[in-house]
Design a protein around this ligand. Structure first.
Ligand code: SF4
Length: 422
């Protein structure tokens, strides 16, 4: 990798550069177990070397209709301003005992819209994290991009910087639903973005699709699945639409102007995706994710394995067992705190034994590697056997694995197993 002349002058001193601006919440912070966490308090982070890092890029050119992330709406991003803030937080974390591994295994840059930060952004970030740390041949470095801002220059610049996996915010290949969602790309935007990514040398490409849109939105879910399969991208992530308070969608639902898809429609869309993508050779390796063999997201697997990870940026979450912490939501607040030399942590929690156990159950059940049964008491094993009889799970090699039908009930099944475990 040639990083000479990146023009990125960032570092802890960068806190004095650039204007302060507002916010976001991480698109790809791991979901949380349904219950069982403990009290917020200030705690020391165990000195475990952390090999997975999430970096948040909070800027978006427009807010989508359904999005409740604390997004900073901007026409463009300033990579130096962004990287300077990240650099300042990293220095602060390291001063307080966080240890980064000499070589990272995974780096995930999510948003927001990282591609709004332009071609130099990833080179700036590499300078912050230390090129040596990113130089291992085995690193998986993912960056998210939206089709309208993934220009050939951005794709080439990122590839040169070392990014080797792109996650594209596609959501649909059809003009009607894209307009309804408030997305900035049109019907052919995603196809062009995949071509742009491939021309720049990316092979590992993931597309995000949203399902369970209201019945009034003119969208064929089957067609969108077919288009994703035709594109032959190695990874697909699915998100079920939810109406969050405070969003345009949430207000529309509250006022009776929009009627969300019902549970049956949600179920049908999810199961159709499972069937079609599985038949096309994708492995449904986690409740929301499908991959060709070998193209699973190693970063997400680190979340589900409960490996240590560091989240940098506003709203980013971190976990070093048994401690979890997350940063303040707003970009303005985040930057202001860093400029004052303050810790941008919003809250910290220490998982107690019960919370730790529930999380292990939940993360085990959400991935197709399953939950090993031999460590659990008989009532819990009986519970799993009951799921198998109802078609919600399979039991094989001493592991219980949820079926697609079972994944629709993931949270309640995790709680049921936890209760049975005593
Ligand atoms: S692009 Fe993503 S993060 Fe930005 S407003 Fe839309 S949904 Fe939210």
């Amino acid at each position: 990798m040639d990083r000479a002349g990146s023009g990125c002058v960032v570092g802890p001193e960068g806190r004095v550069n650039g204007a302060l601006g507002p916010l976001h919440a991480p698109d790809h912070a791991p979901d949380r177990a349904p219950a069982g966490r403990a009290v917020a308090q200030t705690v020391d982070v165990p000195p475990t070397p952390i090999a997975s890092v999430y970096v948040h890029a909070p800027f978006c050119a427009r807010r989508c209709f359904y999005c409740d992330f604390a997004v900073e709406v901007r026409r463009g991003g300033d990579p130096t301003e962004w990287a300077s803030a990240i650099s300042t937080e990293l220095a602060l974390r390291q001063d307080r005992g966080v240890v980064l591994a000499d070589r990272l295994r995974t780096l995930y840059v999510g948003g927001g819209t990282p591609s709004l930060l332009g071609p130099e952004a990833m080179r700036c970030l590499a300078d912050v994290l230390g090129p040596r740390r990113l130089s291992g041949s085995g690193i998986e470095w993912t960056a998210e991009a939206n089709p309208e801002s993934l220009t050939p220059e951005v794709a080439r610049g990122w590839r040169l910087a070392g990014v080797n996996r792109l996650s594209l915010g596609v959501q649909s290949f059809q003009a009607g639903p894209l307009r309804w969602m408030g997305r900035l790309h049109g019907a052919d935007g995603a196809v062009r973005a995949v071509e742009t990514a491939r021309l720049a040398g990316f092979e590992e490409i993931s597309v995000d699709l949203i399902f369970a849109l209201p019945g009034t939105v003119p969208r064929s879910w089957s067609e969108d699945l077919d288009r994703a399969i035709e594109l032959d991208v190695p990874h697909v992530s699915l998100y079920g639409l939810t109406a969050e308070p405070g969003t345009g969608l949430g207000r529309g639902v509250a006022a009776g102007r929009v009627r969300m898809a019902d549970d049956e429609r949600y179920r049908e869309d999810f199961l159709e995706a499972h069937t079609r993508l599985s038949e096309a050779g994708y492995r449904h390796y986690e409740v929301s994710n499908f991959a060709r063999p070998g193209s699973e997201s190693r970063h997400n697997v680190a979340y589900w394995d409960r490996s240590a990870y560091l989240g940098l940026g506003n709203g980013a979450h971190s976990f070093v067992s048994p401690i979890r912490w997350w940063n303040v939501h707003g970009w303005t607040d985040y930057r202001a705190r860093l400029a004052r030399g303050e810790d941008p942590t919003d809250e910290t929690e220490r998982l107690d034994r019960g919370g730790d156990r529930l999380e292990a159950i939940w993360t085990g059940l959400r991935a197709d590697r399953g939950l090993p049964l031999d460590a659990w008491a008989e009532p819990a094993r009986d519970t799993a056997a009951g799921w198998a009889r109802r078609g919600l799970a399979t039991i094989d090699d001493g592991h219980v694995r949820l079926t697609a039908e079972g994944w629709l009930l993931l949270d309640s099944l995790a709680l049921e197993f936890d209760a049975a475990a005593g």
